[in-house]
Design a binder for this molecule. Structure first.
Ligand SMILES: C[S@@+](CC[C@H](N)C(=O)[O-])C[C@H]1O[C@@H](n2cnc3c(N)ncnc32)[C@H](O)[C@@H]1O
Length: 225
């Protein structure tokens, strides 16, 4: 599998810095920076692709599935879902205007994906009303997002999302960590999830090319209809 050739190199640090900011760089900027170094590296697109494949299998997502991403940034992962899914089946709630501009003005047109008509809404209050009341998702995921949000907001979001997740078969995947949950203590967290009709299934590990370490995905399902 591809990895950074020189983890101590300038390019590595540029990538790491850029990808750890909340305002995501455009793909063009990252590509430019990568071309200006001598290291052999992976692109954000390749990283997104590994995220896509690591989520497709456990969540049984097909092109006809409906997917909601929380905090899609510049669509590092989202682009791969948009390409894979049928038109209008990808939704995202993102708070950062610059990331949205990069997504709409560069990422989607340059990949020829505008025809997929993704519904990407600007917002930061975990308010999903704009996506319609009847929609039920097969997969809801948050890649490197919940760890940047106050725990209270994550729980508000989970409460609203629980009723939008397909019972039993639908999945919520959260990357990196679930401190919003573990900070409450195991028992309390399980109780809180249960009160929302959610159940923690387990964690998955995948080789994150971008962060140069193994990335964790935590899987939840809706245990009540
Ligand atoms: C580290 S970036 C990850 C971006 C993308 N998920 C990825 O994996 O490339 C975190 C993203 O979460 C977004 N975000 C943080 N808090 C948010 C909130 N309350 N509502 C919506 N988006 C939020 C940020 O604007 C940023 O785009």
């Amino acid at each position: 599998m591809n990895r950074f050739s020189f983890p101590g190199s300038k390019a590595y640090h540029i990538m790491k810095d850029l990808t750890q900011t909340t305002t995501q760089p455009s793909h063009a900027l990252v590509s430019f920076l990568l071309r200006s170094t001598t290291a052999t590296m992976v692109s954000p697109g390749q990283v997104g692709e590994t995220c896509l494949s690591s989520l497709l299998t456990p969540s049984h997502v097909t092109p006809d599935s409906r997917v909601l991403e929380i905090g899609c940034g510049t669509l590092r992962v989202g682009l791969h879902f948009i390409r894979y899914l049928n038109p209008e089946h990808y939704h995202c709630l993102e708070r950062d205007e610059l990331s949205l501009m990069a997504a709409f003005r560069y990422e989607l047109p340059s990949q020829g994906l505008l025809y997929k008509r993704p519904l990407i809404v600007k917002g930061e209050d975990m308010d999903f009303n704009m996506f319609g009341s009847g929609v039920v998702y097969d997969l809801i995921y948050a890649s490197a997002v919940f760890l940047h949000m106050p725990d209270k907001l994550v729980w508000v979001g989970l409460e609203r999302l629980a009723s939008k997740l397909k019972p039993y078969d639908g999945r919520i995947f959260v990357s990196h960590n679930i401190k919003f949950c573990s900070r409450l203590g195991g028992e309390e967290c399980t109780k809180r999830l249960t009160s929302l009709g959610l159940e923690f299934i387990g964690k998955h590990t995948h080789d994150s090319l971008l962060f140069n370490h193994y990335e964790l995905w935590f899987e939840f399902r809706r245990s009540k209809a």
